[in-house]
Design a protein around this ligand. Structure first.
Ligand code: CUA
Length: 417
């Protein structure tokens, strides 16, 4: 039997119960809808900028809720009170119509203006506050430059200079000192992107030929999710990044480690006889093998997981790594990427000097582990449609990788801590 023919036969209470049950079921499927504790929720803030943005949201929410209740209440009252109850009612003349009531009209205009003022005051204050680091904090602010590319983020640290190189540069994971304002200069190399770290700050567009900026501050050390928030092409939805806030001491250590050139693993002759078998032969490109490492109740909290990622893996094979380093040149990876201290001059792709120490690859999309790295190298076009590694790297250079080659490249890249 069709739903349309069943529905009219049910009493109105049954229909109401069904509608409520359906809504509850839908809401239940997405628990975050109620809890609002997702990685990218704006309802739980971790810094003053996001907090001031949330406060504006609440003010607007409460004012509109009051308006909704008044208008909805009057409407409901009138609907019930003046409803036609019998045939005589239906044909009755309408009550006498008045035209214009100065008291009502003036109060309506006055109340509308009042509600706008109530919303405008905190809004204007927040616009001023979030625009730039407050005057008295400027001395203390740390500065970084974020540049949007299709589809990843580059981060420059102008205050961390490397002799003969220039700025310290990294990609997709922005490491900042906690408890200190950070001014982020926003640039783009191609189209308009938008920089957004929901729990810290955003969104501000990265516009070609226009220098934008924002500021943010993480109250405590933490691991935060970021996302491009402006449609920028095929893989916009997977243009992600992370912000890692560290204590001043940890941050200084991080900077020192990242300023160093790429790590070189000493060749150990015993490793030649102990080469692991190619591991990724049966890999299916469309299987999204995410682990729960990033969930709020994961076994290892995300920041601790990030800290562990800074150390070399115990099962490294120096021969495989050396082979991977050679392949990095032969397969022309070096034309777009740079491994400072090793090979590569490329600047169109992310700097890979310390890629092994990041928790994410492919522009914040995949967890950085050997399986996901192999998946990314074998099937970049499927993981991230339209990406430049595929369209301007793999296709013109006719790059194909055997499973042995992928194993070596993965070992090399993961060794770059
Ligand atoms: Cu970059 Cu959307």
């Amino acid at each position: 039997m069709r739903l349309a023919s069943i529905l009219p036969k049910l009493s109105r209470w049954t229909r109401a119960a069904l509608a409520l049950g359906g809504t509850a079921l839908l809401a239940g499927c997405n628990i975050n809808f109620w809890q609002m504790d997702g990685h990218q929720t704006t309802m739980q803030t971790s810094g003053p900028v996001a907090k001031s943005q949330l406060e504006v949201f609440y003010v607007t929410c409460w004012v509109t809720l009051v308006i909704f209740l008044i208008v909805g209440g009057v409407l409901a009252y009138a609907t019930v009170k003046f409803k036609a109850r019998n045939a005589a009612d239906e044909h009755a003349e309408p009550p006498e119509q008045s035209h214009g009531n100065p008291l009502i009209e003036i109060s309506l205009i006055g109340l509308s203006v009042l509600s706008l003022v109530i919303i405008a005051i905190p809004t204007i204050k927040a616009i001023g506050y979030t625009y730039d680091v407050p005057e008295e904090e400027r001395e203390n602010a740390y500065e970084v430059t974020a540049t949007g590319y299709q589809w990843w983020f580059k981060f420059n640290y102008p205050s961390e200079q490397i002799d003969g190189v220039g700025d310290l540069v990294t990609a997709n994971e922005l490491v900042i000192p906690a408890g200190r304002p950070v001014r982020v200069n926003l640039r783009t190399l191609d189209v308009i992107h938008s920089f957004w770290v929901p729990k810290l700050a955003g969104k501000v567009d990265m516009i070609p030929n226009r220098g934008n900026h924002l500021w943010m501050q993480a109250d405590e050390p933490g691991y935060f999710w970021g996302q491009c928030a402006e449609y920028c092409g095929e893989s916009h939805a997977v243009m992600r990044f992370r912000v890692i806030a560290l204590t001043e001491e940890d941050f200084a250590h991080w900077v020192a480690r990242k300023k160093a050139p790429a790590r070189t693993v000493e060749i150990n002759n015993a490793d030649a006889n102990d080469l692991p078998k190619a591991q990724f032969a049966s890999f299916k490109p469309r299987e999204y093998g995410f682990t729960d490492k990033w969930d709020a109740d994961a076994e290892i909290p995300p920041l601790d997981n990030w800290k562990q990622q800074q150390f070399p893996a115990k099962d490294e094979n120096s021969h495989l790594i050396a082979k991977g380093r050679k392949l990095f040149q032969e397969k022309t990876c070096l034309a777009c990427h740079k491994v400072r201290g090793h090979e590569g001059l490329g600047i169109t792709g992310p700097d890979l000097t310390h890629i092994g120490s990041r928790t994410t690859i492919a522009g914040g999309l995949l967890e950085n582990n050997p399986d996901q790295m192999a998946r990314w190298l074998l099937h970049p076009e499927i993981v991230k449609p339209g990406n430049k590694m595929y369209t301007t790297g793999y296709v013109p250079n006719n790059i194909t990788l055997s499973s042995e080659e992928v194993s070596a490249l993965v070992a090399y890249l993961e060794s770059l801590k």
